[in-house]
Ligand binder design. Sequence first.
Ligand SMILES: Cc1cc2nc3c(=O)[nH]c(=O)nc-3n(C[C@H](O)[C@H](O)[C@H](O)COP(=O)(O)O)c2cc1C
Length: 118
Amino acid sequence: MKYAYASRTGNVESIISQLGLDALFIQTGDEVMNEPFILFTYTDGLGDVPMEVETFLTLNGTNLKGVIVSGDMGYGDAYCQAGDKIADEYGVECLYKVENAGEAGDIKAIEEILSHVQ
Ligand SMILES: Cc1cc2nc3c(=O)[nH]c(=O)nc-3n(C[C@H](O)[C@H](O)[C@H](O)COP(=O)(O)O)c2cc1C
């Protein structure tokens, strides 16, 4: 399984780094992913999918196998909604929601989930 991630202020990048994953960084959205992958993203606006992620998925969404999303509970109902929107649009599961950079328990939980996703 391949991994791709978007991170604006470093939280998702920190999660990727704690997981020790070799993942493609989505910077502009023009990046190419030709193999099945799990997406890690943050939530923007009010429950929005980040623009670079929208573009990336337009190009590569057929290979998407699942999404892990970061958000902040301060956004209330919009918490981690980017993950729900992507899951709906691409017919994949939102595998995990994590607040900001997460805690040790989140990293363990994500490791466990990833170990079952093929
Ligand atoms: C402008 C802005 C809008 C945000 N909107 C939401 C939101 O609607 N829902 C949510 O759960 N988190 C929201 N967040 C929180 C981020 O998704 C969260 O802090 C995430 O961990 C950031 O990841 P990053 O540091 O990798 O960029 C927002 C953050 C910013 C700066």
